[in-house]
Ligand binder design. Structure first.
Ligand code: SAM
Length: 263
């Protein structure tokens, strides 16, 4: 799927805000971003103070426009009436997209500035079914079980704030899923050397083997990288995995997978 021209024109956010009557909400959200720029450690901010996620209905393009992302993922039917956990929910724009379709979304994010964006967005869009939890996912716990867990570029983050080992990470997700629940997983960099550094998924075959211990891998495909907003981004592997008592063994080759841009 080609990246739409509008996605490449993030400078138009401002004008889009003016012409579509969203200038005030854009200004409110921008204030949180500016506070983040001043007060959150530089090395832990994504996309140099611009929005990492975008949300088309706010006129905010973001480095990863949510609608464009989900058109590639093609998983909307799994979101309908689901109880969803979003790990590392960032600005809460993915959570907002899901909340429009789901029963509820719990969004876990440790960055308070991004959480303020998420909360103001949910209020603006009148989405009462989003709970923003300000927490470190490695410490996060709830008795609630979910139908769907979103792990989008979050299992070993380049800000160094999430690094619990892939197997522990997957076990933690398993503990929060209902039987037959779905893990929707977006990789980090599958072109990396696979040495275990943050953001390096060159060892995706091993990670897939670990995932397959608990999950049947229903489908996977590469998704096009998003807007290159002053940072280099790469295409990502997207996986739809379903919790199973006896997962079907998957045969997975990374060199083959990175050529596949459809299910
Ligand atoms: C690469 S971004 C991905 C954001 C989002 N999942 C997406 O794909 O749009 C990683 C996000 O995880 C958050 N994060 C990093 N470590 C975390 C942790 N230990 N617990 C919760 N959130 C964390 C960061 O603040 C950031 O918003």
């Amino acid at each position: 799927m080609a990246i739409p021209y509008s996605v490449k024109m993030s400078f138009q956010d401002f004008w889009r805000g003016i012409f579509t009557g969203r200038a005030l909400i854009q200004r409110r959200l921008k204030r949180h971003l500016n506070e983040q720029r001043k007060s959150w450690p530089k090395g832990k901010q994504y996309t140099q103070g611009y929005y990492y996620q975008g949300l088309e209905e706010l006129g905010i393009t973001g480095a990863k426009p949510t609608g464009f992302r989900f058109r590639q993922y093609d998983v909307d039917p799994l979101l309908i009436n689901a109880e969803i956990l979003d790990i590392g929910s960032n600005c809460g724009f993915v959570a907002a997209y899901c909340a429009k379709r789901a029963k509820s979304v719990m969004a876990v994010e440790l960055n308070p500035y991004l959480n303020r964006i998420a909360i103001d967005t949910a209020k603006y869009l009148k989405l009462g079914n989003i709970t923003v939890v300000e927490d470190d996912f490695t410490r996060f716990s709830t008795d609630k079980k979910f139908d769907v867990v979103l792990s989008f570029s979050n299992h070993h983050t380049i800000d160094g704030n999430l690094n619990m080992g892939f197997e522990n990470y997957i076990k933690k997700i398993v503990a929060h899923l209902k039987p037959g629940g779905y893990l929707l997983f977006e990789s980090h960099n599958v072109y990396g050397p696979g040495t275990g550094a943050e953001g390096d998924d060159g060892d995706m075959e091993e990670k897939m083997r670990i995932m397959n211990t608990w999950f049947t891998i229903e489908r996977y495909r590469m998704v096009n990288c998003f807007l290159e907003h002053m940072v280099h981004d790469v295409n990502k592997l997207f996986i739809v995995a379903r919790l199973a008592d006896q997962p079907e063994p998957v045969s997975f080759s990374l060199p083959e997978a990175i050529t596949r841009f459809h299910y």
